[in-house]
Design a protein around this ligand. Structure first.
Ligand code: C2E
Ligand code: MG
Ligand code: MG
Ligand code: MG
Length: 288
């Protein structure tokens, strides 16, 4: 009996597995089609300066609404793109399009582009960034590249070489989702990052009882001592923003300021945030 049950369970499990694999194959197929056509969209989310409270740039985020599957979230399709290698094409597309769009913005604004560890591992990343800049005319200092801690498990010398080459183009490098990976502080110190983005996980609990104030304070003070700018992502409430300013955070990003928006809304967002003379994009100065 036990044996029969075991078999039945296994068959059930197998059927489940096949379904998952089938879904994944379908997603990959649709993604490939989207990348071959005009199917991939972009959204932009502003980054604001904590003290001056003005917009300093936007992060670009991939957006995909498939004709058959409907909207698919990045957390679902980015891993598939990475496993299938399609991330190289996707990443190149996002990078080039974002640079072209950013080149039309006021010249003090930067654009931040996410890079996958898979793109990092391939030859040609530096060339691709060089092309994106020269084709768009965007100066290097207006491009920021966001990488996550998982690239640091790669060959250290290789990562350092690529980062150094990228920096020689004038671009800045941010460590995204900081605090969620396993990179040690000494690692952080030995790579030329310009910026650390504190992961939303720590930010979201700042104004709750079991707040991560001490962790955020540790990250900001470490960032400062390494001459890096510190950004908080996923800021949703006024009180989080106030705490972050007290903790000496440099930049904020999150739904409190704005949700990611389609490219055609960037200009009107900028107009609105200038008009808002009361004190920038998230309310009057001083008050909570
Ligand atoms: P990320 O780079 O850390 O981007 C921030 C994510 O948090 C975005 O999700 C954004 O919509 C969301 N977010 C921003 N502010 C808030 C907030 O206040 N509250 C909450 N709850 N969420 C907020 P999204 O667009 O779904 O992207 C998820 C992840 O997918 C990104 O995390 C990034 O790692 C990856 N991703 C997105 N686009 C690209 C891309 O073009 N290339 C690569 N390699 N990865 C991408
Ligand atoms: Mg990012
Ligand atoms: Mg992030
Ligand atoms: Mg994140």
């Amino acid at each position: 009996r036990a044996k029969a049950d075991g078999k039945a369970t296994f068959r059930f499990f197998e059927a489940g597995m096949n379904e998952v694999l089938e879904q994944r194959r379908r997603l990959e197929q649709r993604l490939r089609a989207a990348l071959a056509g005009e199917g991939m969209g972009l959204a932009y989310q502003p980054l604001v300066d904590c003290n001056a409270r003005d917009v300093i740039g936007f992060e670009v985020l991939a957006r995909w609404v498939d004709a058959e599957l409907g909207p698919v979230a990045p957390l679902e399709f980015i891993p598939v793109a990475e496993e299938s290698g399609l991330i190289v094409r996707l990443g190149d597309y996002v990078l080039k399009k974002a640079c072209r769009e950013a080149a039309t913005w006021p010249s003090h604004l930067k654009v931040a582009v996410n890079l996958s560890a898979v793109q990092f591992r391939r030859d040609g990343l530096v060339q691709s960034v060089r092309e994106a800049l020269s084709e768009s005319g965007l100066p290097g200092h207006r491009l920021e590249l966001e990488i996550t801690e998982n690239i640091l498990i790669e060959n250290r010398d290789y990562v350092l070489k690529v980062l150094t080459e990228l920096k020689s183009l004038g671009v800045t490098i941010s460590m995204d989702d900081f605090g969620t990976g396993y990179s040690s502080l000494s690692y952080l110190k030995s790579f030329p990052f310009d910026k650390i983005k504190i992961d939303r996980e720590f930010v979201s609990e700042l104004d709750t009882e079991n707040g991560h104030t001490s962790i955020v304070r540790a990250i900001t003070s470490m960032g400062k001592s390494l001459q890096m700018r510190v950004v908080a992502e996923g800021v949703e409430t006024r009180s989080q923003a106030e705490i972050l300013r007290e903790l000496d955070c440099d930049e904020l990003q999150g739904f409190l300021i704005a949700r990611p928006m389609p490219p055609e809304e960037v200009a009107s967002f900028l107009e609105r945030s200038c008009d808002d003379a009361e004190g920038g994009v998230y309310g009057p100065r001083g008050g909570p």
